[in-house]
Design a protein around this ligand. Structure first.
Ligand SMILES: O=C(O)[C@H](CCc1ccccc1)CC1(C(=O)N[C@@H](Cc2c[nH]c3ccccc23)C(=O)O)CCCC1
Ligand SMILES: [Zn+2]
Length: 311
């Protein structure tokens, strides 16, 4: 019996109902979506083997798998609807996810092929598949890999991380915080684009930097890729929402213009070794292309990078 597509449902990690496309294959319902690109598939990763997540009915019971699958679809749809991009490679590459990776693993990752999610230990993290911004962050690494391919170290690595956070915050659109749903220790989130210094980075035990002068210059974390990303995160937040930062006033231009500026900068102007100064120029050029050289958007970008001390 050939596979056929169905609309299925389930309850996620935090009990929220999710509807999603799945398939009926060989007598069972499986988390195979054949409607998006070359497919969106979510596996249970047990003993280092991808196992299909199956159900005898259209209701799936594995909360992490339900969230990972639905969040992958939402993130696929975001890149298709917002930028007309067909998956990470713009050629419909299969979006593959693995849940229950490791043993209460307190992290998630993108390895070039799979988005992987740990279940968390319940002390620091809840299952990370429960965070839509985490799925969007991980898929964004795939997009970055197929565009500027920013080297994952020092300043280019911090930009890589920042783009993943920016698109994470654009997909999970109701706030400017990454990981707000999956922290088990009462923290408001993992990173804040709105006010990076509101949170303490756990390697340095310092507030995340929100200005160039506060950048991390050590060797931890591949030269602080998850630390210095906050400098560019703050700039993107200011481009969108505006505000005053270290005495510099920025008039924001909103999320819709901001996501277009950053996507164009990433896909048209940045290269593997781009640094923060080049990020400023790429965003100015992208805003100029999209909205004109004297536009509010160009002014917002210039002021935002002035505000975080990047010239
Ligand atoms: O995608 C990424 O950049 C992170 C991937 C980290 C990773 C890299 C290489 C192999 C394995 C894992 C995962 C996320 C992340 O930002 N991790 C941070 C913060 C973090 C989460 N769990 C941790 C446990 C210990 C230390 C730091 C962390 C990191 O790994 O730095 C992204 C969104 C949420 C989790
Ligand atoms: Zn990342």
């Amino acid at each position: 019996n050939a596979a056929h597509e169905v609309t299925a449902f389930g309850y996620g990690v935090f009990g929220g109902k999710q509807m999603f496309e799945a398939s009926y294959i060989d007598g069972l319902f499986r988390l195979h979506d054949q409607t998006r690109g070359q497919g969106v598939i979510t596996y249970d990763y047990d003993n280092n083997v991808n196992e299909d997540v199956t159900s005898v009915s259209k209701m799936f019971r594995d909360g992490a798998a339900v969230d990972a699958h639905a969040n992958s679809q939402k993130t696929y749809d975001y890149f298709k609807n917002t930028f007309n991009r067909n998956s990470v490679d713009d050629n419909g590459q299969r979006l593959l996810s693995r849940v229950h990776v490791g043993d209460n693993w307190n992290n998630a990752s993108w390895n070039g092929v799979y988005m992987s999610y740990g279940d968390g230990d319940g002390i620091r993290f809840h299952p990370l598949a429960g965070g839509l911004d985490v799925a969007a962050h991980e898929m964004s690494h795939g997009v970055i890999q197929h565009t500027a391919s920013l080297i994952y170290r020092n300043e280019s690595g911090a930009l890589n991380e920042s783009f993943a956070d920016i698109f994470g915050a654009m997909v999970d659109r109701d706030d400017w915080i990454i990981g707000e749903d999956i922290m088990a220790n009462g923290a408001i989130g993992l990173r804040s684009l709105e006010d990076p210094a509101a949170l303490i980075e756990n390697r340095t035990q310092e507030p995340y930097p929100d200005h160039w002068s506060k950048r991390y210059t050590g060797t931890l974390d591949n030269g602080g890729v998850h630390i210095n990303s906050s400098i560019n995160n703050k700039a993107a937040y200011l481009v969108s929402e505006g505000g005053e930062h270290y005495g510099v006033q920025v008039t924001g231009v909103g999320r819709e213009a901001t996501e277009q500026i950053y996507y164009r900068a990433l896909s048209h102007y940045l290269t593997a070794s781009s640094n923060f100064a080049m990020m400023r120029q790429a965003a100015i050029q992208a805003a100029t292309d999209l909205y004109g050289s004297n536009s509010d958007a160009v002014k917002a970008v210039q002021q935002a990078y002035n505000a975080v001390g990047v010239y």
